[in-house]
Design a protein. Structure first.
Length: 235
């Protein structure tokens, strides 16, 4: 019967490899630059675990749901000449960001996904003091049904540098990203200079839950029945 269980599992769950499910970017634009656009004055938003600062943004799961397996985050530490991050404290919240249900959470060691670009001013395109890195977090698989969720995260980096800081998306589009300061309630992120809301870049990876079509289920049932009959005859 072990063979039958394996066949059923392959059909019902699928064999798809992890792939990009959601991208809330872009992180940078031409010349690998994330350019601060006047009248905005905020280079990045604080997401320092040691200070209790956390950022959040929302995403929507469609279809039959997802299995989330890893997350790409993007941040910089001012003056760091190399990858300087050690771990991320994260959660996935269903419902209201302050009063919703925590679906999953954890603190996960991160790995270097590579240099993405630089956070700069329009007049300082050659400035490399704010190097943005792809921060990869391989989390335990999380199953999410269709719906809207919040991803919250804070980062631990080297004490030798300022930050971690999370830049807004390069397109500077208005959004509903949130921030919790020193463990307080989440509130909408606002740029200090322009007062404009923001979106934060992140990428979710995993697999889309597969729902077998009726014909597939019928074929599976017939195949399992035939295998079971053969097994009984051989017993």
């Amino acid at each position: 019967m072990k063979k039958l269980a394996i066949i059923a599992a392959l059909v019902l769950t699928g064999t798809a490899q992890a792939a990009e499910l959601f991208d809330n970017g872009p992180v940078v634009g031409p010349l690998l630059r994330s350019v601060l656009k006047a009248p905005s004055t905020t280079f990045g938003f604080g997401a320092q675990t040691t200070a209790g600062n956390t950022v959040a943004d929302d995403f929507t799961v469609g279809g039959a749901g997802w299995t989330l397996s890893d997350i790409d985050l993007f941040a910089y530490q001012t003056g760091a000449g190399a990858f300087s991050f050690t771990d991320v404290t994260w959660s996935i919240v269903s419902g209201d960001i302050n009063g919703g249900s925590v679906v999953a959470s954890g603190t996960t060691a991160v790995t270097d996904g590579g240099l993405v670009g630089y956070r700069v001013t329009r007049g300082g395109l050659l400035d490399k003091s704010r190097a943005i890195y792809d921060i990869k977090a391989d989390i335990d698989d999380v199953t999410l049904d269709a719906g809207t969720y919040w991803l919250t995260w804070s980062l631990t980096g080297s004490d030798a540098f300022s930050g971690p800081w999370v830049p807004p998306t390069q397109d500077a589009r208005p959004g509903n990203a949130q921030q919790s300061i020193a463990g307080g309630p989440f509130a909408t992120l606002l740029d200090a200079g322009s007062g404009v809301t923001s979106e934060l870049p992140f990428v979710l990876n995993g697999t889309v839950s597969a729902v077998p079509e009726p014909a597939t289920l019928l074929s599976l049932s017939a195949g399992l029945a035939l295998l079971a009959l053969r097994r009984r005859r051989q017993a």
